[in-house]
Design a protein around this ligand. Structure first.
Ligand code: IMP
Length: 432
């Protein structure tokens, strides 16, 4: 197996991928984003200082890591500029280490207008998107009418291409959604102005990554959102518009599938979801609100409250199968401290597939109830130091999911993590 690693959300996003990647940074040379856009929100905490990243790979906070935005990402030039400016104000140099694929499709202000108009139009059937234009940008990509990062390099050509696209968007906004149009020429000039400073970072990232892999650099492919939001494998139509699965790390970066290496699924010790759609293990009563409060479950991009529920081993088995997961990183175990008992959904009565097309039909979880632990696990960095009941809980998750729990996170702080020897890949533990 090549000595690279893919880090994916194994649930509906917000699993703690940012923290997981942060912990793995010392052992890798480069971090690659390969799908999604600034709808992601990756939170990194170091000695109490919190950084939330949306579009930039998490490696950006580590001064000697190369960072790549791969071709599968949709890029909003204004969001990228804002994020880079904020980091630069904190003294973090981004531009010398960041390369953006010339193949990325752009997210334009008209995509935002379309996303929001469509959600309003759907009313009670809305998806609950982040409203940032991600879906419409991917639609244009698949329809082969997107404007891409490489188009920014030739202003005259860009004006011509973007004009056609924006007129089409305005037609939809005005005629179909009865929503305000965007001003075509000011959108074009704004995007071109924002693109000017992007220019030195634009590259053929597939080629650069190939060279890095040939040098035996360790690459970390950083997923956004989570497996159950995958456009093909997730709870369609309540999904995001990209493939969030392991295979997308290859397609969205230009690195062949044999080079991806170890696939790590990140999962909370329970489950959360933002936005609408099915959630078989959702806890709709007081206990759900208790979990939301204790886990501070508010979206890092939109601030929306997250729905909370028990760990769903059926959904996890599905994630293991579809992503070839080698292991899990279990996060927020400490949030469950103090509960008299904890539940795991071991099976559904009836259909096993959470993403099946008939998801509207009732799917009843069959729970196993395990003893809780009345001890504080926050900050523990050694598996043997966990209360016995917490160890049992982790081991039962392993049995039901069919893969080892290789890492366990016990707070948001980057160094508060358990690496389980023998279960993480060999290169983890050897700082580069
Ligand atoms: P979109 O990606 O903005 O189109 O939203 C589609 C669905 O994905 C909605 O349910 C969003 O709440 C969800 N979503 C998008 N990005 C994230 C994320 O980073 N974490 C969790 N949910 C997300």
């Amino acid at each position: 197996m090549s000595e690279n690693i893919v880090v994916l959300g194994a649930q509906w996003g917000d699993e703690g991928k940012g923290k997981t990647v942060y912990c793995l940074l010392p052992f890798v040379d480069a971090v690659v984003r390969f799908q999604g856009g600034h709808n992601a929100g990756h939170t990194l905490v170091n000695k109490g200082q919190k950084t939330v990243l949306h579009l930039l790979p998490s490696g950006i906070v580590h001064e000697d890591k190369a960072c790549y935005i791969g071709n599968g990402v949709v890029v909003s030039p204004s969001a990228l500029k804002k994020e880079i400016s904020q980091l630069e104000q904190q003294g973090i140099d981004c531009r010398s280490r960041l390369k953006i694929s010339h193949r990325c499709s752009l997210v334009l202000p008209s995509h935002v207008a379309l996303d929001q108009a469509r959600e309003r139009h759907l009313g009670s059937a809305s998806i609950g998107t982040t409203g940032l234009g991600i879906g419409p940008a991917y639609e244009d990509r698949v329809a082969r009418r997107a404007v891409r990062v490489c188009d920014l390099l030739d202003a005259a050509k860009f004006r011509q291409q973007a004009e056609g696209l924006l007129e089409y968007h305005n037609f939809l906004l005005k005629q179909y959604f009865r929503a305000p149009c965007v001003d075509v020429s000011s959108v074009i000039e704004d995007v071109l102005a924002e693109a000017e400073w992007m220019r030195p970072m634009i590259a053929d990232t597939g080629l650069l990554l190939h060279s890095a892999a040939a040098r035996k650099d360790h690459l970390l492919f950083e997923g956004a959102q989570g497996f159950l939001l995958d456009i093909d494998q997730g709870t369609y139509p309540y999904v995001t518009s990209s493939n969030t699965s392991a295979a997308a790390a290859s397609l969205g970066s230009g690195v062949g599938p044999q080079s991806l290496g170890y696939v790590l699924g990140v999962t909370k010790a329970y489950t959360t979801r933002v936005g609408n759609g099915p959630f078989p293990t959702e806890i709709s009563d007081e206990q759900g609100r208790w979990l939301a409060d204790k886990g501070a479950e508010f979206g890092s991009t939109t601030g929306r409250p997250r729905r909370c529920g028990w760990f769903d081993a059926v959904a996890m088995r599905n994630a293991v199968r579809a992503n070839s997961l080698n292991g899990l990183c279990l996060t927020k175990l400490d949030v469950l401290d103090g509960l008299p008992s904890v539940k795991i959904c071991a099976a559904y009565s009836g259909n096993e597939s959470v993403a099946a097309t008939d998801f509207h039909s009732a799917r009843t979880p069959e729970y196993e109830e395990l003893s809780g632990w009345n001890q504080d696990t926050s900050g523990i960095t050694d598996f043997d130091a966990l209360p016995r009941q917490a160890q049992n809980y982790v081991q039962r998750i392993e049995q039901l999911s069919g893969v080892p729990v290789a890492m366990i996170s016990t707070t948001a702080e980057r160094d508060q993590i358990i690496f389980r020897p023998g279960l993480v890949p060999d290169f983890i533990g050897k700082p580069v």
